[in-house]
Design a protein around this ligand. Sequence first.
Ligand SMILES: C[S@@+](CC[C@H](N)C(=O)[O-])C[C@H]1O[C@@H](n2cnc3c(N)ncnc32)[C@H](O)[C@@H]1O
Length: 299
Amino acid sequence: MPGEPWWVERVSRRLLPGALDALDLGGLWRLSEGCRFVRDNVEERLLSSDFERAPGCEAVWRAFLARAAEVHLALETEGAVVAAQRTGGPVGARLFRESWESLGFTVNPQDSGTPADDHLDGLYRLPRHSDGPQVHTDASPNLSSRAERISDFLTVTQPGPKDVVIDLGSGSGKLALTVSASAATRVVGIELGERFVEVARATASSLSLPDVRFVHGDVRDADLSAGTIFFLYHPFRGQVAKDVAAQLGALARRKPIVVYAGGPLDGFGEHFLGQVSAGALALSERRGEFGQVLVLRSA
Ligand SMILES: C[S@@+](CC[C@H](N)C(=O)[O-])C[C@H]1O[C@@H](n2cnc3c(N)ncnc32)[C@H](O)[C@@H]1O
């Protein structure tokens, strides 16, 4: 209809139709993210002029608000059901891992997510877009790992009860939380952004995950000596990457460790390969579509 605000079509076509009880956690999350998009992009102070210009759209807006509240409640309920199904121990961990991996990593036709990511992001309430400002000039923004990468990490490193997995730059905790819930192992996330640490801690506590903890600080100041498996999703570059690669190289000379480092060679991976040339680490393999993940082990 001419003069109709942009959101009317989006709300009427994508957000209002369909019964909520037909949706799983991932479906509810997609709907909730759709509602968030509209809320974030509609100027509330301009709504009254929208209502004057296109009579009828006020009713659509009211229906949208009711729907958004309903979606929020359904998401909370479904998240609590999924969380309650997660029991501790190796069997609970295996079942949890199956629950998201079995949904698959094929990109959704309607957005850039995948069913496995929708499920995990819905459980942790993680927006897919980058969240918050850069915390340091050499730091990457907080962007969570994709489920397919987490699955690959679990397959390659096979963390067990004797391991300590350390996520260097843990952001809002998606990798650390998922590893903790999917494997009988201990996990530590280290993160410079205080708000991200608070979010990750709150999620771990809401899911009653006992063996994951989040440390607020710079990875360069952290004691990494307890770690046996290290995960990096391009958290930093330049001098920070060089310093951290040297820290891991020094640790690798003292004990067996595995480093799973994803990111561009230029400014990041090159520093880990520097530790290979120095004889501290050995390059076990390159993984990922463009070989952008380096799997390194103590030489
Ligand atoms: C790309 S995110 C990765 C999130 C998480 N590892 C995951 O895979 O889901 C990288 C994170 O590293 C953090 N970071 C960057 N430099 C850091 C540093 N020196 N010490 C600790 N955290 C850092 C950033 O704040 C950001 O949240």
